[in-house]
Design a binder for this molecule. Structure first.
Ligand code: ADP
Length: 334
């Protein structure tokens, strides 16, 4: 399992849930989004109505699911959780919508993957709190209108660009989550270590923060791996030395790139002389889906300045070449 995949196991998920912040005040960093959400929620609670629908976009592991749960907690509302790929038929969605209690939060992860008929049903639910359920087929089919209790949809997507216009327009609040800085991840790690009861030095936490790919989920996961190492091979305290030694065992480099990130960069440099090369060709070269390369690897490689997206395709930057210990050819971008 790569470090970026959602969960390696149930135990990993449980460990993740135990450090998941429950309230807005405990959510680290992302100050703009937090401020905006706070206003949205306070305003709605003051009026006694459910807030506008909320769209959260950004790469995996940056806190979208966490924020959806926080929205429900702050509102004192119930939450129903589903995902775009899980809603195969519009009837599935109609059943969920009509079973919501007043003020509930409905969280739909990967909302850009929702099937078209279900998406259209969702429009009327979002806008008018009403759905038309079609009964029967052909000329005898009839639409039965059903009421839906006022609710707040929280949609999450790694690809806001893939949402249809009508869908995007129905969200009154849209926020983009960006990668976290090492300092922010440092604060996050200190908090997680406190909750998990892991002794950690400032240098130990900084070392992990710098190698967490800007991603809270990865920071927390690396903390658990380094804790294992510290407990088994040292005195249990996470220090710079135990962190470095452990991360070497787990194949995490100084920038935090994992195996797939490095495979993409290596293919770009070795097989395509640094590019430009098209996304699908690059994906085939590393044996991955183009979506995974584009949604999971590239945002961080771009952010780290190792890869650039150009109109002619993907290229390795000079820093990308150097990160692999190679000399960039003359004229290499960046
Ligand atoms: P996403 O839904 O965007 O993939 P999650 O909300 O599942 O990401 O976040 C992954 C984990 O990272 C969460 O379980 C939580 O523990 C942690 N996390 C994410 N963002 C924050 C944050 N801002 N502050 C503290 N912990 C966070």
């Amino acid at each position: 399992e790569g470090l970026v995949s959602a969960y390696a196991s149930d135990a990993e998920r449980d460990a993740e849930v135990s450090v998941r912040p429950k309230r807005l005040a405990d959510f680290i960093a992302q100050h703009r989004v937090r401020d905006q959400l706070d206003l949205l929620l306070q305003g709605a609670m003051g009026r006694g109505t459910p807030p506008d629908h909320i769209l959260l976009s950004g790469p995996p592991g940056l806190g979208k699911t966490t924020l959806a749960n926080i929205v429900a907690a702050e509102l004192g509302a119930g939450i129903r959780v589903t995902s775009g790929p899980a809603i195969e038929r519009s009837g599935d969605l109609a059943a969920i919508l009509t079973s919501l209690a007043e003020g509930d939060v409905l969280f739909i992860d990967e909302i850009h993957r929702i099937a078209k008929p279900a998406e259209e049903l969702l429009y009327s639910a979002m806008e008018d709190f009403r759905v038309d359920v079609v009964v029967g087929k052909g000329p005898g089919a009839t639409a039965i209108p059903l009421d839906v209790e006022p609710f707040t949809l929280v949609g999450a997507t790694t690809r806001s660009g893939l949402l249809t216009g009508p869908m995007r327009d129905r969200f009154g609040f849209v926020a983009h989550l960006d990668f976290y800085s090492p300092d922010e991840l440092d604060a996050l790690l200190q908090r997680s270590a406190r909750i998990l009861g892991v002794p950690i030095t400032e240098e130990g936490s900084a070392e992990i923060a710098g190698r967490s790919r800007g991603t809270p989920r990865i920071a927390n996961r690396l903390l658990r791996r380094v804790r294992d190492f510290a407990e088994v091979r040292a005195d249990g305290t996470v220090t710079r030395e135990t962190a470095r030694a452990a991360l070497q065992v787990y194949d995490v480099d100084e920038l935090g790139l994992d195996r797939l990130d490095r495979a993409v960069l290596t293919a770009l440099v070795d097989s395509f002389r640094g590019g430009p090369v098209g996304l699908s060709t690059l994906a085939v070269a590393v044996g991955e889906q183009p979506d995974t390369v584009e949604e999971v690897c590239e945002p961080f490689l771009v952010r780290a300045g190792l890869l650039a997206r150009t109109p002619r395709g993907r290229v390795a930057t000079a820093s990308g070449w150097r990160h692999l210990g190679r000399t960039p050819p003359n004229g290499t971008f960046g």
